[in-house]
Design a protein. Structure first.
Length: 94
């Protein structure tokens, strides 16, 4: 029972972390501006997501993929949203 509760909390946390940048992406798209996003934030977010994602893949290579799916989804989504923000920063802040 306790494992199920903590697994559920992990899934909720993974989803929340994975989509935490979505409101910022939407705001940048709507305003056609990314001036409020710092380059340092984007660099650290990108570096952190890539490094930790590679670490997770290495650490769990050969294990049950479905067990780790929430974590892979989490970092894949965060990486994708960070990449989108980086592209918006470059496009809108010329």
């Amino acid at each position: 029972m306790l494992n199920s509760i903590f697994w559920f909390l992990g899934v909720i946390g993974a989803i929340a972390f994975a989509i935490n940048l979505a409101p910022q992406v939407y705001k940048c798209f709507k305003d056609k501006s990314a001036k409020q996003i710092s380059v340092g934030f984007l660099a650290l977010a990108f570096t952190g997501n890539v490094c930790y994602g590679l670490y997770l893949i290495y650490l769990n290579w050969g294990s049950d993929f479905l067990t780790m799916l929430p974590i892979y989804f989490n970092y894949g989504s965060a990486f994708t949203l960070t990449l989108i923000l980086s592209i918006m920063k470059r496009k809108y802040d010329k």
